[in-house]
Structures are given as structure tokens and as C-alpha cells.
Design a protein around this ligand. Sequence first.
Ligand SMILES: [Zn+2]
Length: 353
Amino acid sequence: MEPKGMSKVSTMPWTWSLPAIKTLRRNEVPLSYREPFILSRYRSCRSSLGTCLLSALHATNETLNFWTHFVPFLVLGLVTLQHVLDPSFRSDPFNWAFLVFALSGCVYLLGSSIAHMFSCYSEVAHYICYFIDYSTVSIYMVGLCVAYNEYVFPRYAINTVMHRVYLPMVFLLSLLFSATSCATKYSKHHLLRIHGRKVTFPAYFLWCNLPLAYRAFFGSSSSSSSSTADVYHIAHTIAATLAGLSYASHLPEALAPGRFDFIAQSHQLFHLCTAVLTYYQYHALSAEMHDRREELLTLCGTPTFVGTFGVLLANIFLHGVLIAGLAIWLRKPGQLAKIHKSLEMPTISHKED
Ligand SMILES: [Zn+2]
């Protein structure tokens, strides 16, 4: 750990031929950039695009946040591309909800990677990247729920009122979650800043998992579920729990501030857990499709383009409108100064140093 107030040039064994990047200590970057218990290796908040790209190869506190989602994006992207390029797979409407899930997985992994890489371009870019990060998570959950809606509801719950309102509610909750996630970053209202996301995310998460809750609480006959899929559903639920614990606890860096600025910080563990849970969700949905195809086609009929791709595209469009609106709002003269003022409120700043 370098002395307080001094900057440091990041070095890694394989970057000897690359231009160096100067990293900063916590007290040298704006409040909005500071992460709890991370004391050093911050990038400048006025980096060039080239520096943003180069930072992926230097030892900053965002480097592994980028790679822990970019590598899974490459893997899932290649697998999804194989499905998209397979004429027999993409032309079968029964597979469309699975493609929606896989594509939304690519969206969130790439969105997160981009957000972590370019958040140091400017302070406005920092906020916009933050919005993109949360919005793409929200879009991913919509894609997941499109697949849940088609493949995961047990036989006795299909075509009930809950099944019919499931996807419209997911759609609304995704927008509400994204809006409150964005608001918590800059709102001057204490309660919204501190508790907004803590309320909307659990509501959204619980509703999304309604089909699994049916199975857990009311059981499922062998004809209405896939035992292989059940194993994967349990595995991704465990991974989701670990992801939530990593995100909320700030462990291990909370125990030794400054020791995990580069590697093994909680956000990297959170990313790894989310990549693992996506892997298990992929296999759970594959198993559901394989094992329940005849039953689901008989009970639900053939999925439609509007009910699968249409839902995802409409959700992406509305998130784009939300992010564009926030970007325009952020660029209004004096807006950043107002945010700085709200960040310095006593109830917020006591956590910062
Ligand atoms: Zn992240």
C-alpha cells in the first residue's frame, strides 16, 4: 500500500511494453467513484478512451471486474452464436425463449464489462456506465423470465392467473428496479438513496423466481418437471445466494481495507458467482426444454415472436429511453454540482472515509 496522497504507476509483468497508467488513491478521486474499503488503484476520472481500453491490461481496481464478466461473455456469446447460426434450432419457435435467455445473458455480461471499462472516461460517463450496468442486469432477468414463462412453470400452474400476469409484472418490475437503481446513485432524498434498491430488487427477484417457488412449496409431479433441471435450479439458487452475500457484505475487503484493491475483492467474487449462476441457468433451461417439450407444446401451444423476442426488444428499447433521458438530465448545466452536494450530506459521507 503506497503512502497516503501519492499516486502510483500500475505495473504487471506482462505490461512492460504497454504505456503505463497512473493510478490514484481514494482521496484523489470524486466521492462518487469511491468504493467501500478500496483505498488505491483508482483510475483518473478524466481518462481518454485509449486509457480506458489499456486499463484492462494494468493492475487497477477495475481490471478484474472487467475480465470476470468479459470472459464469460465471450464463452456465452460463442455458444449463443452457434445456436443462432443453426437453421434447425433458430427456426423452431419452441427454442425462441431459450435464445432470448442466452441473448439477454450476453447483454448483461457485455454491459457490465463495458461499464467497468469506460466508467473512468468522465464523471458523466461514470454515471451512465452505472446505469448501463444495472439496466443490463434488469434486462437479463427479463430474458430469464421469458424462458421461465415458457419452460419452468409446473403443469398445475400453467394457464392460471399467476401464469398470465407473470411476464407483464416482470416487465414492469424490471423498469421500476432500473429506475430506482439509477435514482439511488444521485438522489438527494436519503431514504431513496439508501433503501430504494434494497426494496425493489428483492421484490423483482422474488417475483422472477415464482415458477421455482411453486415447485419448492407445492411440489411437482414427474410429468411436470425435469429432475435434471431441478439439480441445476438448486445449483443456480446457491450461486445467486453467494452472489448476494458477496455484494452486500463487502467481504473480504471490509476486514482489511486496502489489501484487496486489485484482486479478490467482493465485487469480483460477485461477478464470478453471477457467471456461475448463468452457467447453471443455461443448463437448467436446456434440460427443461429437452425433457418437457411435448408436455409444454400441448399445454401452452407454440411460443410467439411477440411473447419471446418482442418482450426482450421492447424492454431493451425502454431501458435505452431511460438511460438516454438520464444522460440528457446529467448533462444539464450545474447538475453534477447538485449531485456532489447531495453526496456530501452527513448521512452518506460518514461511510466514505
Ligand atoms: Zn460489476
